[in-house]
Design a protein around this ligand. Structure first.
Ligand code: PAF
Length: 294
């Protein structure tokens, strides 16, 4: 199939029944990009990859209430449907699934998907109880409704990506889960719909997250292997910018188990509050390749 962008007739669907029929009629492979809207370049990079790899591109826009905890930003989560649809049309999206909550969660809905182990229980799982239960449930529901061959997620939500890969494998869902790199603003800030909340001052303090990651990458390049020193340095950078740290973690890239020594590919994961806005970011700390003797 060709990845060239071509003009498409984009169809907007709001009911599960209509989505099921559209899926049955879809030609070839179907790619799904699940989103909560207020699309940015990070989302569009996923849509482009889906466009390049699949015959029919479906994007879901659904602000999933069950993944927000009490006191979180569900009520004020930023939305701009008109802009999102214009962007998706420009990217050659075929189907946009924008269900109201009662389509995904009918009144008698009571089946939940819960992923266990450090992959889901630490970090976001600990700081946002119930969050991954909501994510896993909605993603399983979307996979069931859209029946994609491939689904695309951003590495910014590194733990979410691992939770979704695990649930897909454990439930034997016939979907290839594809993770794509974080897209950053030119100054390093990871793109996020929640960046829309930041004031000018907060936005400049939010740069401490990507700065802490870059500093850690540099230390590992220079030979640092002690994870506690990497965590402490990242905390200092965040503290100096006056952002509230939820966690700084150096974890095994695959299992997300915390590491004491960086002796394998590790993720440095950060969650911090800049004013009232909670941001996450991460980077892969790669060990320099050791040159082999001839
Ligand atoms: O990453 C997101 O935007 C959401 O968590 C997702 C995967 C669309 C599920 O609601």
């Amino acid at each position: 199939m060709s990845g060239a962008r071509r003009p498409t007739h984009m169809r907007t669907i709001t009911t599960v029944a209509e989505m099921t029929t559209a899926r049955d009629a879809a030609a070839g492979t179907v790619g799904l990009v699940p989103t909560m809207g207020l699309l940015h370049e990070g989302h569009l990079s996923l849509v482009r990859r889906a466009r390049a790899g699949c015959d029919t591109v479906t994007v879901s826009i659904f602000v999933n209430p069950t993944q927000f905890g009490p006191g979180e930003d569900l009520d004020r989560y930023p939305r701009d449907e008109k802009r999102d649809l214009a962007l998706l049309r420009d990217e050659g999206t075929n189907l946009v699934f924008m269900p109201p909550p009662e389509e995904i969660y009918p009144p008698d809905f009571d089946d939940w998907v819960e992923v266990g182990g450090p992959i889901a229980e630490r970090l976001e799982g600990e700081h946002r109880p119930g969050h991954f239960r909501g994510v896993a449930t909605v993603v399983a529901r979307l996979f069931r409704i859209v029946r994609p061959d491939r689904a695309y997620f951003g590495e910014k939500d590194a733990q979410q990506l691992r939770v979704i890969s695990r649930l897909t494998a454990d439930l034997g869902l016939p979907v290839e889960v594809i993770g794509l790199p974080i897209v950053r603003e030119p100054d390093g800030l990871a793109m996020s719909s929640r960046n829309a909340y930041l004031s000018t001052d907060e936005r400049s303090r939010a740069l401490s997250l990507s700065r802490a990651l870059a500093e850690a990458e540099q230390s590992v390049r220079e030979g640092e292997r002690d994870a506690s020193r990497i965590r402490a340095a990242a905390r200092r950078t965040l503290d100096a910018a006056g952002v509230g740290v939820d966690y700084v973690s150096v974890a095994d890239e695959k299992t997300l188990a915390e590491l004491e020594t960086i002796d394998r590919p590790a993720l440095l994961l950060l969650a911090a509050r800049v004013g009232a806005t909670r941001l996450i970011d991460n980077t892969l700390l790669r060990l320099p390749r050791i040159a082999r003797s001839p």
